[in-house]
Design a protein around this ligand. Structure first.
Ligand code: SIN
Length: 307
């Protein structure tokens, strides 16, 4: 193993390595915990929570695509209280950081959830204003700077000492507008990108494959879009930490994200093909940093040399 310091800091939270698992791809960790100790991970971002339990959207709600998947899950989850009572104690057994991802129908709902989660002692709150699969909240907040700022302010006002990270959508003309709005409203970090809206159609039935007609695209196909948007956001709000995600499945992908400006990286869809993907990304990233003679992996952050 190369002698590289893999620890990084994200919004004041120290991660033992920069590889986090992305919300919605790891459940609450129980299934993956059968493969390896969850303390191997830099952090775990739990499945997105809402104030009340949700069953999600009707099936089919997952469809494969070349180099990715479309999902229209619709925030299926047991609700924030069940997470705090049943899932958080499980996650707390492991020496890793716990990130709660929240979606609200109203700014007030974000505030209530932040208060509950801060009281329960999560390490970071990811404020999801970018889910493309729900009618209320979600993208409605993530595509309008003034609403993104309002949700961020409410979250910050109720999160106490717990840092607030705002999850941005790629389904916008200019991600820097939303990044600046969240930063101006006090966000401690940004995470990006959520999924890109997409559609598949069965040419024989002429029906969309997904029952909701459209869904969000993730996986290796979106990596270049994600790297570009991380770079744009990092340039727009210099100094604000970024958790980069979108199609990361190799150490080199993670290095691209960090060079573009991310302090840490989330692995998501790659987990469906290989539960060990985050550990491989971590080890490949360490090897890459070692080959480049870096003492600390954090030296990659923002290191891109644009032409
Ligand atoms: C979903 O549950 O629909 C996915 C969550 C998201 O894209 O934010």
């Amino acid at each position: 193993m190369p002698n590289v310091d893999m620890s990084v800091t994200l919004a004041g939270v120290r991660l033992k390595n920069p590889v986090v698992v992305a919300s919605g791809t790891f459940g609450f960790g129980r299934e993956y915990g059968q493969f390896y100790g969850l303390g191997e991970l830099g952090g775990i971002c739990a499945k997105g929570l809402t104030l009340h339990p949700r069953e999600g959207n009707p099936a089919p709600r997952i469809a494969e695509t070349p180099m990715g998947i479309l999902n229209s899950v619709g925030l299926q989850n047991p609700g924030v209280d069940a997470f705090i009572e049943e899932e958080l104690p499980f996650l707390r057994q492991f020496d890793t950081k716990v990130i709660a991802n929240i979606s609200g129908n109203t700014p007030e709902e974000y505030g209530i959830m932040c208060e509950k989660l801060a009281g329960a002692g999560v390490d970071l709150i990811e404020v999801n204003i970018s889910c493309p699969n729900v009618k209320a909240g979600g993208l409605a907040y993530g595509t309008r700077p003034e609403l993104a700022a309002e949700v961020t302010k409410v979250a910050k006002a109720h999160a106490g000492p717990v840092p607030v990270m705002v999850k941005l959508s790629p389904n916008v003309t200019d991600v820097t507008e939303i990044a600046k709005a969240a930063a101006g409203a006090g966000a401690d970090a940004l995470s990006l990108i959520n999924t890109i809206r997409g559609m598949r159609i069965d040419v024989n039935t002429r029906r969309p494959i997904l029952k909701m007609n459209t869904g969000g695209l993730s996986g290796p196909a979106v990596l270049p879009v994600a790297v570009r948007m991380v770079w744009e956001a990092a340039c727009a709000v210099p100094g604000l930490p970024i958790l980069g995600m979108g199609g990361v499945s190799k150490g080199e992908d993670a290095a691209q994200m960090m060079l573009a400006g991310a302090s840490a990286v989330a692995v998501g869809t790659a987990l469906f093909a290989d539960p060990y993907a985050p550990l491989k990304v971590r080890d490949e990233l360490a090897a890459l940093a070692g080959r480049q003679g870096l003492a600390r992996v954090s030296e990659l952050t923002g290191g891109v040399k644009p032409w």
